[in-house]
Design a protein around this ligand. Structure first.
Ligand code: COA
Length: 176
């Protein structure tokens, strides 16, 4: 992910299972991304993906697509968005996770797990047989998250991320 662009429409708002930091009991909710989220999304995007941040226009194009083609969700609590994710559906058996990000201050609270779980749940609901994604070879934290969710590493795209030239690891999860 991170070089493709997609986006979703209505998405399913929903409960999210992410627990808050120990002791606070705070929880995030998942809901469809909307244009008003852009300032918060772009702040996270630029911090977390300094080499290849998407632009507001890219997000706008993505979230304008129909629910049958994209799902973009935001994880938020009372302080606003804490993370977001997007997945692309092509009408066939395959879905592609396009992006997944959690504000650095909110890492290790289960928010990434909640967002990815929602992406996978929607792919299953749409009858997809498999979900694919690319992750930077030098991103062990994300790779662990995907492995925990049943993805396996199925290939390498050499120099996929530009301009850094970092390889992409292609990961795949079978849904049925
Ligand atoms: C990768 C990323 C999305 C993970 O998000 P996250 O919200 O930290 O993910 P989770 O909290 O669900 O899981 C991360 C770790 O926290 C642990 N964790 C989850 N809930 C926890 C809790 N309540 N208490 C303690 N640890 C917890 C998980 O077990 C996991 O541990 P591990 O890394 O040792 O396997 C986030 O680090 C990020 O945005 N990174 C930058 C952008 C990026 O790389 N995106 C992926 C592009 S392919």
């Amino acid at each position: 992910m991170r070089t493709q662009r997609g986006r979703p429409g209505s998405g399913q708002p929903g409960p999210a299972g992410a627990g808050g930091p120990a002791g606070t009991g705070s929880r995030v909710r998942l809901r469809p991304m909307r244009r008003g989220d852009m300032p918060a999304i772009m702040a996270m995007e630029r911090e977390l993906f300094p080499d290849d941040a998407w632009t507001p226009r890219m997000f706008a194009r993505e979230i304008a697509q129909s629910a049958s083609r994209r799902l973009y969700l935001v994880a938020e609590d009372d302080n606003g968005p804490a993370g977001y994710a997007g997945i692309m559906f092509t009408g066939g058996a395959q879905a592609d996770v396009l992006t997944l990000a959690v504000a650095r201050s909110r890492w290790a609270q289960g928010i990434g797990t909640a967002l990815l779980g929602a992406m996978l749940g929607e792919a299953a609901r749409q009858g997809c047989a498999e979900v694919l994604l690319e992750v930077r070879e030098d991103n062990p934290r994300a790779r662990r998250l995907y492995l925990r969710h049943g993805f396996t590493e199925v290939g390498i795209r050499r120099g996929y991320y530009q301009p850094s030239g970092v390889d992409a690891v292609v990961m795949r999860k079978e849904l049925r």
